[in-house]
Design a protein around this ligand. Structure first.
Ligand code: MG
Length: 326
């Protein structure tokens, strides 16, 4: 089977610049893929985040440029794991096309039931913000820590915890920004909270330490009641696998758009029944659909996904409109 292959790069301005641990992100760049054969079309998206561990946009573009205009299934399934965002983009386009063929005439398959996590601003702003997210239906909220001094954040944290409804769940995300000492302090506070009353309030603490301190995180995960999640440490499927084989049995945050091959990701998740949280890589609706499909299949512990329902960009209604505007 041969598929016609076309691609177009995109540049999209964030509605609000995004603060990341690597500075401010104002423009999202990526590539939209279009596979087709005899009237069937499959859309895919390559949305690299090189500072998070994927290939660069340039590497992805080079890969697309060197491909012929007709490719095969073998081309798609032999993309090297050094190009994880390309693996995701090509495989998901291929899957979409094959799936569409399989369900021709049906109205889109079963309805997705998956909960989303709302993102609170760092610092004190969270205290003002949680209620509007709650009123919009979010029951899981995420708050960034490791931004202000520890003493200040702990004080805000206590106020936040006291004000949140009992059925809320809170995730803390340090983006690798804590020292080992600070991580112990946070986890001590979280454990005391869990033992005192709010047993279910704190869902987990995400990536307390930098990627280089994997062993320390492994130890922390064994010392405390509060669960830990790895995010930056497990950007790609290769890192996910290696963390698992080195003994990580905590939570894994997966950004499908940079994790790599959806086929291999499925196999890995099914085999090891890992506790996974799925999250967005700020892709367009094309990549998001494919990523949410994986999240729906593989979130076996039912954790809320980090895609939100708020769009970070002005969205086009269909892939065709997005494509035609590139
Ligand atoms: Mg994170």
């Amino acid at each position: 089977m041969r598929y016609q292959f076309e691609f177009r790069p995109y540049r999209r301005q964030f509605k609000h610049p995004l603060q990341t641990s690597h500075g401010t992100w104002t423009v999202r760049e990526g590539i939209i893929l279009r596979l087709s054969d005899e009237g069937r079309v499959g859309w895919g998206e390559i949305a690299p985040i090189s500072w998070f561990g994927s290939e660069t946009l340039e590497q992805a573009l080079n890969f697309c440029h060197q491909l012929p205009t007709e490719i095969t299934r073998e081309t798609i399934f032999s993309i090297p794991s050094t190009l994880p965002a390309c693996q995701f983009g090509f495989e998901s386009a291929w899957e979409e096309m094959e799936k569409r063929a399989g369900e021709a005439g049906e109205a889109g398959g079963e309805k997705r039931r998956i909960r989303s996590c709302g993102l609170l601003s760092a610092g004190e702003a969270a205290l003002e913000q949680w209620e509007s997210l709650w009123n919009r239906g979010y029951r899981t909220l995420k708050w960034k820590i490791g931004v202000a001094p520890l003493r200040v954040e702990l004080e805000i944290f206590h106020r936040l915890v006291q004000s949140l409804p009992a059925s809320a769940q809170l995730r803390l995300d340090a983006n690798g920004g804590l020292s080992l000492e600070e991580a112990h302090k946070w986890l001590g506070v979280c454990d005391r909270l869990a033992q005192a009353e709010s047993l279910t309030l704190l869902e987990f603490l995400e990536q307390p330490l930098p990627v280089t301190q994997f062993d320390a995180m492994l130890e922390l995960n064994e010392c405390y009641l509060t669960q830990l999640a790895l995010d930056e440490s497990v950007a790609t499927l290769e890192q996910l696998e290696s963390s698992y084989y080195q003994g990580w049995r905590g939570i894994f945050v997966i950004k499908p758009c940079i994790a790599g091959s959806p086929l291999r990701l499925r196999q890995f998740c099914h085999k090891h029944k890992i506790d996974a949280v799925f999250s967005s890589g700020f892709e367009t609706a094309i990549g998001r659909e494919a990523a949410l499909q994986l999240a729906t299949e593989l979130s076996i512990y039912g954790r809320a996904v980090g895609f939100g329902t708020d769009c970070w960009f002005d969205e086009y209604e269909t892939p065709e409109l997005l494509w035609n505007n590139l």
